[in-house]
Design a protein around this ligand. Structure first.
Ligand code: NAP
Length: 164
């Protein structure tokens, strides 16, 4: 399983249940990476999408104690782990938000982080992987300009992947 997100200088990922930046190149990267794959999200992230609709051309799995129509609805982590066993682990992407990254990044072998060189005034954060010895940044791209922001595409490996 993998995780994918963009974050600001402080590992912030969102505010007011929305993204902090509009990044067309990063959005394209996200779409191309996840298309045809399985995406896992929390209910708030689903609600943050246009009209609260799931992402097209992907299997959308949504965590919530409440049943949600139009997606694969799972009620807890145990049910989620049962559900994703049917897919190749490399095809499964954790796509947010903060509570779901916190719970599931330890189970991910790769984390794709687009670092935005800015302060987005975040309210929601992911754990700073640079402070955790389990995670190693094995690749960082040259800076890419994206809608006026400098971004870097980083790939982290988890050396201590939890088994689900
Ligand atoms: N920068 C990025 O790349 C990126 C990507 C995605 C999201 N985001 C941002 O992240 C923020 C949202 O994060 P968030 O933490 O508030 O929301 P979230 O993780 O998307 O969703 C939280 C909700 O999911 C359900 N949930 C989570 N874990 C669960 C579990 N183990 N079992 C059952 N249900 C579970 C609960 O739903 P119930 O409320 O139904 O109990 C919970 O309230 C937004 O600002 C969004 O824009 C940023």
């Amino acid at each position: 399983m993998k995780a994918i997100f963009h974050c600001d200088r402080h590992w912030g990922i969102g505010r007011q249940n929305d993204l902090m930046f509009s990044l067309p190149k990063d959005m394209k990267f996200f779409r191309e990476t996840t298309i045809g794959k399985i995406v896992i999200m929390g209910r708030n992230t689903l609600l943050s999408f246009p009209n609260g609709k799931p992402l097209k051309n992907r299997v959308n799995i949504v965590l919530s104690p409440t049943d949600i129509e139009g997606v694969v609805s799972v009620h807890d982590l145990g049910e989620l782990f049962g559900e994703i066993k049917r897919y190749p682990p490399d095809d499964v992407y954790v796509i947010g938000g903060a509570s779901v990254y916190k719970a599931l990044i330890p189970y991910c072998n790769e984390i794709l982080v687009t670092k935005v060189d800015a302060d987005g005034g975040a309210e929601m954060f992911v754990p700073n992987l640079d402070l955790d010895p389990d995670y190693e940044c094995i690749h960082e791209s040259d800076p890419v300009e994206d809608n006026g922001f400098l971004t870097r595409y980083c790939l982290y490996k988890n050396r201590n992947v939890k088994v689900y």
